[in-house]
Each structure stands twice: as structure tokens, then as C-alpha cells.
Design a protein around this ligand. Structure first.
Ligand SMILES: [Zn+2]
Length: 172
């Protein structure tokens, strides 16, 4: 079965997701079916619905990164769901795994969300040098990751926006 196209609430195409994911979004009332596969129905337990070819999100989500997924501090925080890679608490800063002082760059694979205390404690050291192992490894988000993470972030409106980020240059 082909993947399902996801449109933003504004009808702008966002990405594709697996059929399973599309069905879950519809059943959770997070998306509506815009276009179905003619003649096909899904039947399981209590579910009887058309097989979605295109779904549209009920609420507009602002996706901070797209197909080319340019690196951004905000993108890293959203990707890591504002969870510190070192202690699991709320993260407001972005840490360079290999510090910039040691040649580490602004890249998806070299940056993780971090709480300010751990960012300060780790300073210009690698996780090994600092004895601070990563709880989760960085990854390059796919467009589907980006969309699903943005939807999760939108479900938690109590999180501060990018204005709560410290001025750049503070993160190691
Ligand atoms: Zn921490």
C-alpha cells in the first residue's frame, strides 16, 4: 500500500506518512480524510473507514524544518522534544556533541537539546571527556519526523517559543 500524503490545515502538502500513521492521525481526530482510495475500506475491530490517499491536518502546524532540513537551534529542540540529552530534564539550549572549540559544527548529527546546567557543565568537552553519556543519539529528521514532531509540540502549548532560547553563543 502506498504512503498517504499529509496536507497542512492550509492545504499545503507537508510530507507522506505510512498508511498506519495516517489512520492513527484520523482516529485521533488530528486529521481528516481528503481523498480516499475508491472502493477500498479498512476493516478492523471497531474501525470501518475509507483507505486514505490524502489526509489533512485539522489544526495548522508550523513545521520548523522541511525537505532539505536546514539545521537550526529551534529545529534541534523540537527534534529532541525539548528533552536534555544528558539528564532528560527540560532543555532550553543546544549543545554541540563535539564542541565547536574542537571543530564540531552546526549539524543535525553534532547537536542535541540540553538543559542549561548540563550545557555549562559539559563546556568545551566531548561527552566522553566530560563523562556525560548521551541518553539519545542525534539524527537527521525526515520530513515526516519534522511534521509529527511539530504536531506534538503544538499539543503542548505551555512550552515556550523560540524567544525563550538563550542568545546564540551561549551553547558550547
Ligand atoms: Zn540536563
Amino acid at each position: 500500500m502506498r504512503d498517504t500524503l499529509v496536507l497542512n490545515a492550509s492545504f499545503e502538502p507537508l510530507s507522506t506518512v505510512t498508511l498506519n500513521r495516517a489512520v492513527v492521525l484520523v482516529l485521533q481526530d488530528k486529521a481528516v480524510v481528503e481523498q480516499e482510495h475508491p472502493g477500498l475500506r479498512m476493516r478492523a475491530a471497531a474501525v470501518d473507514m475509507p483507505v486514505p490517499r490524502v489526509i489533512r491536518l485539522c489544526r495548522y502546524v508550523r513545521v520548523p524544518f522541511r525537505r532539505h532540513a536546514p539545521w537550526s537551534r529551534r529545529g534541534v529542540l523540537v527534534r529532541d522534544q525539548h528533552r536534555c540529552a544528558y539528564c532528560g530534564n527540560r532543555a532550553t539550549t543546544v549543545d554541540h556533541v563535539v564542541p565547536r572549540a574542537q571543530g564540531g559544527g552546526d549539524e543535525w548529527m553534532n547537536t542535541v537539546a540540553s538543559c542549561a546546567a548540563d550545557n555549562h557543565r559539559k563546556a568545551d568537552r566531548t561527552p566522553e571527556q566530560a563523562g556525560m553519556p548521551l541518553l539519545h543519539l542525534p539524527f537527521v529528521p525526515t520530513p515526516a519526523d519534522a511534521m509529527l514532531l511539530a504536531m506534538k509540540a503544538a499539543d503542548r502549548p505551555n512550552l515556550p517559543g523560540p524567544s525563550a532560547e538563550p542568545p546564540s553563543g551561549q551553547a558550547a
